[in-house]
Ligand binder design. Structure first.
Ligand SMILES: [Zn+2]
Length: 115
């Protein structure tokens, strides 16, 4: 993969983790695709690192699923903000997940350079 693509991917992954950090700690809002740097970079989910880690298309097998289902079922709409303890827990999982993805992405390429 060309270096500019690698850097773009690392940058987007960091940005997505940062988004969830801001949701968890600063009460920011999840606007789905609209404020996810990974979604914006890989707009049809093709080649998104989430997909190659979970082996699934879109965020189907990531904690994002429980976050969105909870919001719709419990709060009857997708507000994208933390409104209860379950929201907080789901958002925390999503944050930890993206920090893990960020680590995988950076580590993967470090290894590629070394190998
Ligand atoms: Zn909730």
């Amino acid at each position: 993969m060309p270096l500019d693509k690698i850097l773009e991917e690392i940058e987007a992954t960091k940005g997505s983790a940062q988004k969830w950090y801001d949701i968890v700690y600063y009460g920011d809002q999840d606007l789905g695709v609209q404020n996810c740097p990974l979604c914006l970079l890989y707009n049809e989910c093709m080649d998104c690192p989430i997909g190659w880690i979970t082996g699934e298309y879109v965020c189907k097998d990531s904690p994002y699923r429980s976050w969105s289902i909870h919001q719709l079922q419990k709060h009857k709409r997708f507000g994208g903000k933390i409104e209860c303890d379950v929201c907080r827990e789901s958002a925390n999982w999503e944050l930890m997940w993206l920090q893990f993805v960020e680590g995988m992405v950076s580590y993967g390429y470090e290894n590629e350079e070394a190998g």
